[in-house]
Design a protein around this ligand. Structure first.
Ligand code: DOR
Ligand code: ZN
Length: 384
């Protein structure tokens, strides 16, 4: 059914919902006839290699959405104040574990927030802790809570990067330059040229994950790098939406994330890469909840809350290109293989049965709007 969205200014009306052609969302799969048997997929339990769990009320509100689907998650350190020490990471891990349901075996894999003053000793401590699995590079000013991020990667951070090579500790990269003269849609490409390419040349032994890739340039960079040294996470939003989704029927703050959605040709390049079966790409939702009032306001925050729908959306992408046989490697094998961790021996089932995504999740402090709120999805993770 075509919904008509009336823009608040009442001057414009746009059809939204089912979308034709390469605009905001790719078209849905053909409906199965009712007589066809219910389709099921069994997958080794997926892990989320890029997740924002927040702290306080927000952590309590969202953690079960990830814990009910994923076995492990790389937990991003961009809190306020950021998680810059092993001691803080261990304490944050404890606060996450305390909020898990009694029967949950969800394992948070902690990260450190790299700053210009991080010391090589901190990397040794991180490795020794057994709780910290990576270090996150936020260029200062690139995104939410990145104000304490890096300004001098090849200078003040170099000894830390060298220690990370020693400790086989991956560097997780928010790959955007912050120079205001660079067009926001080019920030990833320019980062690859000016930071990532020199970085992998200088430290070829450093393990690098280019997080939440958004461009064909990133796909090319990852594919042309040394296997086992450079990989990438991919979000549901960058697989399913292009930049039209930001403006369709009026400004759509719940589709705003960083790096920002790109042109359709980039989305297609990312879909082709992840569904090719390449082991260099793995699941990282970048689920980044913000309260509704912080999204729907004059200076809205970047971040999409996709934890409740992420597995359904990844299945949709792989199904639409006829590559469901490649889904499990992306969700469950490529990530642990890259990190040198064991693959999960637990299984989950995905069932092909339509379900409606809630319009919002309400909590005492306010609402959180999930990705694809109110829409019907075909694949659903099943709890049994
Ligand atoms: O959209 C985003 N939200 N991108 C990021 O890099 C950070 C995240 C957040 O923490 O809100
Ligand atoms: Zn993120």
């Amino acid at each position: 059914m075509i919904k008509t969205l009336v823009h608040p200014c009442k001057a414009l009306q746009f059809p939204v919902g089912k979308i034709q052609g390469p605009v905001g969302k790719i078209q849905g799969p053909k409906q199965l006839r009712s007589k066809e048997p219910k389709m099921e997929l069994t997958l080794a339990q997926p892990d989320d290699w890029h997740l924002h769990l927040r702290d306080g009320d927000l952590l309590e509100a969202v953690v079960s959405h990830s814990a009910s689907h994923f076995g492990r998650a790389i937990v991003m350190p961009n809190l306020n104040p950021p998680i810059t020490t092993t001691a803080a990471a261990v304490a944050y891990r404890e606060s996450i574990l305390k909020l898990l349901p009694a029967n949950s075996n969800f394992t948070p894999l902690m990260t450190l927030y790299l700053t210009d003053t991080t010391s090589p000793i901190e990397i040794k401590l991180a490795r020794r802790s057994g709780a910290v699995f990576a270090v996150k590079l936020y260029p200062a000013g690139a995104t939410t809570n990145s104000q304490d991020g890096v300004t001098d990667l090849f200078g003040r951070c170099l000894p830390v990067l060298e220690e990370m090579v020693e400790q086989n500790m991956p560097l997780l990269v928010h790959g955007e330059v912050t120079n205001p003269d660079v067009d926001i849609f080019d920030r990833e490409k320019v980062f690859i040229e000016t930071v990532l390419e020199p970085l992998v040349q200088r430290l070829p032994q450093l393990k690098v994950v280019m997080e939440h890739i958004t461009t064909m340039d990133a796909v090319r960079f990852v594919e042309s790098s040394k296997e086992g040294s450079v990989a990438a996470t991919v979000t549901p939003q960058h697989l399913l939406l292009n930049r039209n989704a930001l403006f369709q029927g009026g400004l759509q703050p719940h589709n705003y994330c960083l790096p920002v959605l790109k042109r359709e040709i980039h989305r297609q390049a990312i879909v082709a890469a992840v569904t090719s079966g390449s082991n260099r790409f793995f699941l990282g939702t970048d689920s980044a909840p913000h309260e509704r009032r912080r999204k729907e306001c004059p200076c809205g925050c970047a971040g999409i809350f996709n934890a409740p729908v992420a597995l359904s959306l990844y299945a949709k992408v792989f199904e639409e290109v006829g590559a469901l046989d490649k889904l499990e490697a992306f969700t469950s094998f490529n990530g642990p293989d890259f990190y040198g961790l064991p693959r999960s021996t637990s299984k989950i089932k995905m069932v092909r049965t339509p379900w409606k995504v809630p319009e919002s999740f309400s909590f005492s402090f306010g609402d959180i709007i999930p990705m694809f709120a109110g829409e019907t999805l075909e694949w659903r993770p099943s709890s049994n």
